[in-house]
Design a protein around this ligand. Sequence first.
Ligand SMILES: Cc1cc2nc3c(=O)[nH]c(=O)nc-3n(C[C@H](O)[C@H](O)[C@H](O)COP(=O)(O)OP(=O)(O)OC[C@H]3O[C@@H](n4cnc5c(N)ncnc54)[C@H](O)[C@@H]3O)c2cc1C
Length: 498
Amino acid sequence: MAEGRRRRLLRANTPGVSRIIMTESSSQSFRVAVVGGGLSGLSAAHRLIEKSQESGKTFDLTLFEATPRTGGMIATKRIGDYLVELGADSFITNKPAGVALCRRLGMENELIPTIGQWRKSLVLKDGKPVQVPEGFMLITPAKVWPILKSPIFSWGGKLRMGLERLLPAKKAAVDEDESLASFVRRRFGQQLLDRLVQPLVGGIYTSDPEKLSLRATLPRFLDQEQQFGSLIKASRSQAKQQSKAENSASGARYGLFTAPKNGIQSILDCLREKVETSATIRSDCLIQSITKNDNGWSVTIVGGETELFDAVILALPTHRAAELLEGVSPELAEDLSSIEYASSAIVVSGHNLDDITHPLDAFGLVIPEIEKRDIIAVSFSSRKFPGRAPAGKVILRTFVGGAMHPEMMELSDDALKQMVRNELTAMLGVTGEPDFAEVIRYQNAMPQYHVGHLDRVASIESRVAGLLGLELAGNAYRGVGIPDSIASGEAAAERVLK
Ligand SMILES: Cc1cc2nc3c(=O)[nH]c(=O)nc-3n(C[C@H](O)[C@H](O)[C@H](O)COP(=O)(O)OP(=O)(O)OC[C@H]3O[C@@H](n4cnc5c(N)ncnc54)[C@H](O)[C@@H]3O)c2cc1C
């Protein structure tokens, strides 16, 4: 055990009661605890170490993780000759933090682009997969001809979309929030919302579009409305600029999404390796409470052991952070608890391509609520990146639950597998026994960015600013994806040092 840690370790005399040993601790270097060993926590710890190396200042850093392994929601597993992502399978490159971290970790060369041949998406229409019109950008039908040809929309629906060019921008206060559903209905009509935007955008956030805050998730569309008066006009203008800028953009080498060739977990493994060289990682260490006192922050592990720190970064889901902070600031705990979460599950399975009648000529299939099915989406995982499935095989990752289908989480694993199998047979013509099928559950894991989210986050941030030495990180605040989590952890580390 590191000498610094031994000296500040506070042992319980009796179970549940800690005796604080104050001697020698004041002579220690700056002591930081990171609670949570997912991507956000590991990124925070790694940034502290980088900063320490840059500045020559030493930190005494401990990372606490409740479970035996670090990585949190991200895990990659070999199943026979398959390389299977159990959580995230790729990350977006137009938010720079993901690629930048890989570069600093020395693993930029491991990042691979998606397979160009299959760079398409499908959406279910009347029970059958249909291609998402070319040029469709999350909300905006940027190209006219693919929309006109698409069987997804009625002529009335197409006409309503086209009218978007003529609609005036809403006169709104710059920071006024609006739900995704309200915005899309207002600009393009109900049909585009029901048939494409709900399954595509709602799927990313596993959220109800009637509640999802546009300003917190996709503010660029609100800005485009104000700047260009129309999203279609904005997309035309930006398409011209983009094609010029593309060669120099950070994502250009990989396309819009990338992943390391050995899976997303290799980023976490590399982070852990770097963090371990300069910090203590305590796995299987559930933090029970934190308290603020004159000497800093006491962090208590389940079982009663307490350690003292000058600063604490909580890189946790907000409901877990709220539990720990209840005694420190009930108001902050209440704000944190006000961010809702949804649960979801992935059924991941490996199949012979010969057992599937659909050509799977895309990255995946999304399923609109209006189709009234039991699954949210299917990712054709091994169509996205090479090296995921052996020749003649394919990995399907079927998403279930989320804010729109919480009842699905009540099903047993066997019932979920059976339900998914029936749906895959009906939608894609999947037959035969899969090589494997596993259920991965994400209980209360997906933060819901509901209307008013940015106000909630601002309130949380102002309360945290009043608690010297406390910082929060994670995917519940200013972005749900991998680059956001990395940026959030790194920013928390930098604030601690200030
Ligand atoms: C199914 C799914 C698919 C996804 N797909 C993608 C994708 O393709 N691309 C993308 O960019 N993003 C994706 N995401 C989002 C991405 O995975 C997350 O943003 C990111 O992993 C969040 O990391 P985190 O460290 O903030 O949280 P977590 O991974 O939840 O880490 C928190 C850690 O804290 C620990 N912990 C909790 N309580 C305590 C305690 N009291 N004491 C100590 N430790 C504690 C937990 O055990 C956990 O390890 C996906 C998420 C899910 C659920």
